[in-house]
Design a protein around this ligand. Structure first.
Ligand code: CMP
Length: 132
């Protein structure tokens, strides 16, 4: 059984599509083991995105993720990390397959609606950040 840390980012919460996104995960057999709505502060945002520190988009990414509440959750299931990433679609919504979450609800490469862990190692690191 694998775990993935998922964020429905501020753009998704503002668009009122939390329910639709969660339904997609649930209809695809993933289980929610923890979930909360919260406004991220700058320090948690910087910790979460620490691997991107120094990149040209880092500052704007932190500003975006902290601008209004987001929905953080832990999804569990067989092969959860890969399956959640397939449901999310490519980072750039313009390149995301039809029917994926980013294709349906993403605005741009930055405001791409959802985040999910990219490996078991990142899942454990990110779960410890958001669900201390
Ligand atoms: P996420 O899966 O949350 O992981 C890192 C995030 O950085 C990514 O989704 C995008 O929101 C953002 N990102 C990645 N590349 C760029 C880019 N070139 N310009 C702006 N934001 C980016």
């Amino acid at each position: 059984m694998e775990r993935s840390l998922v964020l429905i980012k501020p753009d998704g919460v503002e668009k009122k599509v939390i329910g639709k996104i969660i339904s997609l995960y649930e209809e695809n057999g993933l289980n929610i083991s923890n979930l909360k709505l919260m406004k991220a502060d700058i320090s948690i945002a910087k910790e979460h995105y620490s691997e991107h520190k120094g990149k040209p988009f880092f500052e704007n990414l932190v500003n975006f993720i902290t601008r209004s509440p987001l929905c953080a959750m832990i999804l569990e299931g067989e092969d959860a990390i890969k399956r959640v990433r397939e449901l999310n679609g490519s980072t750039n919504p313009l390149e995301a397959k039809e029917g994926t979450i980013r294709n349906l609800y993403g605005n741009s490469i930055r405001e791409n609606c959802v985040h999910s862990s990219d490996s078991n190692e990142s899942a454990e690191r990110e779960i410890n950040i958001w669900f201390k």
